[in-house]
Design a protein around this ligand. Structure first.
Ligand code: GRG
Length: 306
């Protein structure tokens, strides 16, 4: 049992994240079919990106939110993995020539570089579609009421569609060719990156059986976490290490991306990331020791190298 391996008194975040990642990888392996049949190329392409070394941050946050309100990892594992599949689809499509046109991600050639554009588009589409099937399959778990599964589908749709990630991506692409203010950049970050992260916490808390107040507290944590995550991502693109990130820094500047460092400078961006991490910690202060992993993950944003 993963939970038995966690010593909350001497919390070792690295070991905790590694154990969680392994658990999630096993579940994803179970949910994704082996590449066989005439359609095997698209499954191979989806698996290539899904198992390319992602940190599994989104499913980990979903599981932590469930546990902190008294639920269990297995109750939310299908939904947690569905969110990782949606995240993976967004990265495959984001790297396409029509979008950011990136050749490398996580130190490996991007999906379209290996499988071609058409299969990469279809692999992303397949991951998004199958994610919803996986959420619907949660109905087999009698601890999760069907009403909550319907609510979860609404949350995922809002966070991943034009009211969330896709909306943010459109703003990101369209802002490359015009000047924008900090409020617009913040709005873009909240939608492009924050919506999915925050939805992971909401889904975990909801399906894990949290009260309305508990769900609201975890959503607040997710919103601040999302902003801190994206600001630190912007900072890494300026001052990160290529070997640790698996891609060259400086791509935001080269593409005229509107980022926190571009608008605020490095020092103020770091201050802003710190303020959002502190606000995320405040949001979960009522949870006491059970929220220690969430606290440690939020603090880690300020020192992350990838
Ligand atoms: C194409 C529909 C569509 C959306 C794209 C999220 C997104 C919108 C694009 C990703 C581009 C990007 C680099 C955004 C910055 C934040 C981010 C999502 C970074 C990658 O997330 P990590 O660090 O990735 O959690 P790993 O590799 O660990 O899975």
């Amino acid at each position: 049992m993963i939970d038995d391996e966690i010593d909350m008194k001497e919390f070792d975040l690295k070991a905790f994240l590694a154990a969680r990642k392994e658990h999630i990888d096993q579940a994803l392996e179970e949910y994704l079919p082996a590449p066989v049949g005439l359609e095997k190329s698209v499954i191979e392409a989806a698996r290539y990106s899904l198992f390319a070394g992602g940190k599994r941050l989104r499913p980990i946050l979903c599981i932590q939110a469930a546990e902190v309100v008294g639920g269990t990892a297995d109750m939310v594992m299908p939904v947690a993995c569905a969110m990782e599949m949606i995240h993976t689809y967004s990265l495959i499509h984001d790297d396409l020539p029509a979008m950011d046109n990136d050749d490398f991600r996580r130190g490996q050639p991007t999906n379209h570089k290996v499988f071609g554009e058409a299969i990469a588009i279809l692999a992303g589409d397949a991951l998004l579609t199958e994610a919803f099937g996986l959420i619907a399959a949660t109905q087999k778990d009698e601890r999760v009421p069907p009403q909550k599964i319907l609510q979860a589908i609404g949350i995922v749709t809002k966070a991943s569609g034009y009211r969330g990630m896709i909306g943010g991506q459109v703003i990101d692409l369209e802002c490359e060719t015009r000047e924008v203010d900090l409020a617009t950049v913040e709005y873009m970050h909240i939608h492009k990156t924050g919506a999915i992260l925050s939805a992971c916490l909401e889904l975990g808390a909801l399906l894990g059986g949290g009260s309305t107040a508990e769900v609201a507290a975890l959503v607040k944590y997710g919103q601040h976490f999302g902003l801190a995550f994206q600001i630190t991502d912007d900072l890494l693109d300026v001052e990160g290490d290529a070997a640790l990130m698996g891609k060259q820094p400086g791509s935001d500047l080269a593409k005229n991306k509107k980022t926190y460092p571009a608008l605020l400078g490095l020092a103020k961006s770091r201050e802003s990331a710190k303020a959002h991490v502190e606000a995320a910690l405040t949001a979960v202060s009522a949870f006491e020791e059970g929220a220690e992993p969430l606290r440690a993950i939020a603090r880690y944003l300020l020192v992350r190298k990838a």
